[in-house]
Design a protein around this ligand. Structure first.
Ligand SMILES: [Zn+2]
Length: 256
């Protein structure tokens, strides 16, 4: 059994660590090298592998120092990112000693290139900023909303009990927007109550469960929201993909 840990990093990021029975570690998105190093030392763990989801600074800023201190540790990611040693594109299955197999999923859209790492046996999804609990990453200049929609469609095909290890603690804010989109969705109110209780104790709301996301996350529910989003945005929407694009753009100008 692998131990999956979320360490708060910067204001609202998480550094995800997967720890094996042999005390080796996979670190996902090393934005803060010192945070990782301190944790490894304090718990007598050995860094085995690094996974990078996308180019943003809060996911990669620790890589230069990590590469210098751990020249033999493989860093997996897209070749557009500096310090990557093992290039992935999406669609691969990779095997990591002590950990088992991961499916690599091309989840581009938030930025031009995004990879998600799915642990096949334990059903853990490290998805960077492509999916958040009750939300999703915004579309940057090099990103593409249709791609982001397709990325979420791929994630939606994973088993319902998949654990979503997203990179930011945005859940409560996202739930306010979700409630605005679906004021009569009782699952949103229930989940919000659970998440509020967790945050009061400073406990992460992540990982969340994919089946929960499918009940509360508007970006995974675009096939149900075409009419509502058309009404809110005054746009003609012809497909769930159109709905996603309009909804994601609408969120940028929405204030609670
Ligand atoms: Zn990002």
């Amino acid at each position: 059994m692998l131990n999956n840990i979320a360490i708060p990093m910067f204001n609202d990021n998480y550094l995800w660590l997967l720890v094996s029975a042999q005390n080796t570690v996979i670190a996902v998105d090393v934005g803060d090298y010192a945070l990782l190093q301190d944790f490894l030392q304090a718990h007598n763990l050995r860094l085995a592998t690094v996974f990078i989801t996308h180019r943003h600074y809060d996911h990669t800023a620790g890589l230069a120092q990590l590469r210098a201190e751990y020249p033999d540790v493989p860093i997996y990611g897209h070749d557009s990112i500096a310090h990557i040693t093992h290039i992935l594109q999406g669609g691969e299955i990779i095997y990591i000693k002590d950990f088992g197999r991961f499916l690599i999923i091309d989840t581009r859209g938030h930025t031009q290139f995004n990879l998600s790492y799915y642990h096949l046996q334990q059903k853990l999804l490290y998805c960077g900023d492509s999916l958040f609990s009750a939300g999703c990453g915004r579309i940057f200049e090099d990103g593409n909303a249709v791609n982001a929609y397709q990325a979420l469609q791929k994630i939606a095909l994973l088993p319902p009990n998949t654990q979503v290890c997203a990179a930011h603690e945005y859940t409560l804010d996202n739930l306010k927007f979700a409630q605005h989109i679906e004021p009569n969705n009782i699952d949103i109110a229930i989940y919000q109550k659970q998440c509020l209780a967790l945050r009061e104790q400073k406990i992460p709301t992540l990982p969340s469960i994919l089946s929960t996301e499918q009940r509360v996350n508007p970006y995974l529910r675009c096939h149900l929201l075409m009419q509502r989003v058309a009404q809110l945005t005054q746009k003609t929407l012809n497909s769930p993909s159109d709905t996603f694009c309009a909804l994601r753009a609408y969120k940028n100008s929405w204030t609670a």
